[in-house]
Design a protein around this ligand. Structure first.
Ligand code: G4P
Length: 527
C-alpha cells in the first residue's frame, strides 16, 4: 500500500471501547450498531442470550462452554465508509485488569448509562482510566422508553460524579409512555420516537433557527413538548458550549439519549460518534519518538492475552493493537523484549459473525496472534530498521487479595513456575510477605482468582489453596523510607515482583492512622 492510500485507509479507522455497568444495555446497543454495519443479519443474535442463544460480545462464555479456542471480544464492521473496531469490556464478575488494559488500546470510549438509574460505581472506575489517557468519552443515556430520571438531573450527576463537562447533543421529549422523541441540538431537528403514531411515518422533523417546528405540529401532548423545549432553551443559555477540541481532549463528553431496545436514537448517535471520534493517532515509544500510524514501519503492542480454559486446547491469543504501518500475513517482526525474530503466520481478525484469518490490517486495527507462550502483556513487535519499543502498560492497583499456597507442598516447583508465568502474562499480581515466605495474590476482580486456580491446575498441574483476605488498600513506600517495624496486622508489609515494598492497609482508617503516625512517609498507588 502506498503512503497516500495507507493514510486514507488509516483515517477511516474508528477504534473504541464500549463500557457500562452491567444491564445498562451495552450488548443491546452493540447489536444495533452491528446491524447497521451489516456485520450481523438478524436482531437477536446478540440480545437473545438469556433464551439460550448468545451475544456476539458474550462469546467468551459460550466459547468456554463449547471449548472453542478463543474469545471474540473485538468486533469489526463498516459503516458509511468507516471501519469500526469495537472492543468489549467485560462487566459483572468478569471484571479484571484486562478490562482496564483494553482501554489502553482504543482511541475513544462509549459509556452506556441506564437513564433510569444513573452513574454506577464500576462505570466510575473505568471512566477514571479513560480520563487518565485523555481519550474522548461519548455518553449514551439508554432506556428512554422507560420512565426514567429527570434528564437535567442525570447530566448534572454525570458532571459531578465523573468530574467532566457534558454537552447534550440531543434532549429527550418525555420518557417511557410519554416519550415523543428527542430534540437533536447537534443536527437541528427532531427525531420522532413513534413516527407512525405521531408524524405520518416520518422520522425526522426540521426545526428553524428559533427552535420551532417548521410546518404542522405533530404532537398531541403539547405540554411534554413545550416542557422539553424550555429545557433545551435553558441548555442553550446556561449549558456548556460545544467544542470539538474539548471533546477530542476528553474534557467534554457529548451526551446522547435513546433506547437501544427500541432502536431509537442509536443511528443518530453512531453517525455523530463516527464524525467526532478520532482516527488512530501517534504513540510515543520509550525513546520519546512519536510513532505515527501512517509510517512504513509496522508496529503494535500486546494489550491482552486470552488463554484457553479448555485443557484440550492449550493455545492462547495475544491481542495486538496496531500502532503504525500495515500488517501482512507471514511477515517477519522483531520482538525487542526477547531480541527475537518472529514470523506472523497465524493471525486472526475479529469479524462479528465468524473469525477469519486475515491477510492484512492497518494502524488502529486489532489482530489476534496465536501464541504458544511467547508474548507478554505490553510487548512491542515491529518491522524495519529503527527499533521501536512502546512504554509498558500501566499496572492497576489490586483491591482484592488472597493468600495462596500449593495443596501439595512437595510440588513447589510447578507452583512457582505457574505463578511466575501467569504473573508475567498479566493474569494476576503476586506479593511476598515480609514476615514469612508465603505469597499473596492481588486482583481487581474475583474472576481473576478463578482463572488463576483453573489455569494453575490445568496448565501447570498445580492444585492451589486460596484463603481470602478480602479488600485491602495497596500503597507503595520508597525502600529508603521503610522500617519493617512500621508493619502491623492492619498494614501488612509485602514485596511486589520487582521487590518493591508496599503495605496492604486494612481500610482507609488504617491508612490515615499510618499517615498521621509517619507524616514524612510518602505512600503511592498504581492507577
Ligand atoms: P449489558 O450488556 O449492559 O449487561 O445489558 P444488555 O444489553 O444485556 O441489557 C440488559 C437488559 O436491559 C436486557 O433486558 C435488555 O433487553 C434491556 N435493555 C437494553 N436496552 C434497553 C432499552 O433501551 N430499553 C429497555 N426498556 N430495556 C433495555 P433483560 O430483561 O435482562 O434481558 P432480555 O430478557 O430482554 O434479553
Amino acid at each position: 500500500m502506498g503512503e497516500t492510500s495507507l493514510k486514507q485507509t488509516v483515517d477511516k479507522r474508528r477504534t473504541f471501547a464500549i463500557i457500562s455497568h452491567p444491564d445498562a444495555g451495552k450488548t443491546t446497543i452493540t447489536e444495533q450498531m452491528l446491524l447497521f454495519g451489516g456485520a450481523i443479519r438478524q436482531a437477536g443474535t446478540v440480545k437473545a442470550k438469556k433464551s439460550g442463544k448468545f451475544a456476539t460480545s458474550d462469546w467468551m462464555e459460550i466459547e468456554k462452554q463449547r471449548g472453542i479456542s478463543v474469545t471474540s471480544s473485538v468486533m469489526q464492521f463498516d459503516y458509511e465508509g468507516k471501519r469500526v473496531n469495537i472492543l468489549d469490556t467485560p462487566g459483572h464478575q468478569d471484571f479484571s485488569e484486562d478490562t482496564y488494559r483494553t482501554l489502553m488500546a482504543v482511541d475513544a470510549a462509549v459509556m452506556v448509562i441506564d437513564s433510569t438509574k444513573g452513574i454506577e460505581a464500576q462505570t466510575k472506575k473505568l471512566f477514571k482510566v479513560c480520563r487518565m489517557r485523555g481519550i474522548p468519552i461519548f455518553t449514551f443515556m439508554n432506556k428512554l422508553d422507560r420512565d426514567g430520571r429527570m434528564p437535567l438531573e442525570l447530566v448534572e450527576e454525570l458532571e459531578n460524579i465523573l468530574g467532566i463537562d457534558a454537552y447534550a447533543m440531543n434532549w429527550p421529549m418525555g420518557s417511557g409512555r410519554t416519550l415523543l422523541g428527542i430534540y437533536d441540538l447537534y443536527n437541528n431537528r427532531i427525531e420522532v420516537a413513534h413516527p407512525d403514531r405521531d408524524n405520518n411515518g416520518e422520522r425526522l422533523i426540521a426545526v428553524d433557527d428559533a427552535g420551532e417546528i417548521v410546518g404542522d405540529h405533530p404532537f398531541k401532548d403539547q405540554s411534554v413538548y413545550t416542557d422539553a423545549l424550555e429545557e433545551v432553551e435553558l441548555l442553550r443559555i446556561a449549558g456548556n458550549n460545544f467544542s470539538e477540541e474539548a471533546v477530542r481532549a476528553g474534557e467534554l463528553t457529548p451526551v446522547f439519549f435513546g433506547s437501544a431496545l427500541t432502536n431509537f436514537g442509536v443511528q443518530t448517535f453512531l453517525e455523530a460518534f463516527l464524525k467526532l471520534a478520532p482516527s488512530p493517532t501517534s504513540v510515543a515509544d520509550k525513546s520519546g519518538r512519536e510513532v505515527t500510524p501512517t509510517e512504513d514501519q509496522f508496529s503494535g503492542f500486546v494489550f491482552k492475552i486470552q488463554a484457553n480454559m479448555d485443557p484440550n486446547h492449550r493455545d492462547r491469543i495475544a491481542f495486538l493493537r496496531i500502532v503504525s504501518g500495515e500488517f501482512e500475513r507471514g511477515m517477519d517482526v522483531q520482538l525487542p523484549r526477547l531480541d527475537k525474530k518472529i514470523r506472523l503466520n497465524n493471525s486472526t481478525n475479529f469479524m462479528a459473525e465468524d473469525r477469519q484469518t486475515i491477510e492484512s490490517a492497518v494502524a488502529g486495527d486489532i489482530i489476534g496472534l496465536y501464541d504458544t507462550g511467547t508474548y507478554q502483556i505490553g510487548d512491542t513487535i515491529y518491522t524495519g530498521k529503527e527499533p521501536i519499543e512502546f512504554e509498558d502498560l500501566p499496572q492497576f492497583t489490586p483491591e482484592l487479595f488472597m493468600k495462596i499456597q500449593p495443596k501439595n507442598v512437595m510440588k513447589q516447583k510447578s507452583f512457582h513456575k505457574g505463578l511466575q508465568q501467569l504473573v508475567q502474562e498479566g493474569a494476576i499480581q503476586v506479593y511476598r510477605l515480609h514476615h514469612s515466605n508465603d505469597y499473596i495474590v492481588g486482583a481487581v476482580g474475583q474472576l481473576q482468582f478463578e482463572v488463576l486456580k483453573t489455569r494453575m491446575q490445568q496448565e501447570y498441574n498445580s492444585d492451589i489453596d486460596m484463603t481470602p483476605i478480602g479488600n485491602r488498600i495497596a500503597r507503595w513506600i520508597a525502600p529508603e523510607q521503610l522500617d519493617p517495624k512500621m508493619s502491623s496486622s492492619r498494614n501488612t508489609l509485602v514485596y511486589d515482583r520487582f521487590d518493591q515494598p508496599l503495605f496492604l492497609f486494612e481500610n482507609e482508617f488504617a491508612e490515615r492512622w499510618f499517615s498521621d503516625k509517619y507524616p514524612e512517609v510518602e505512600l503511592t498507588s498504581l492507577l
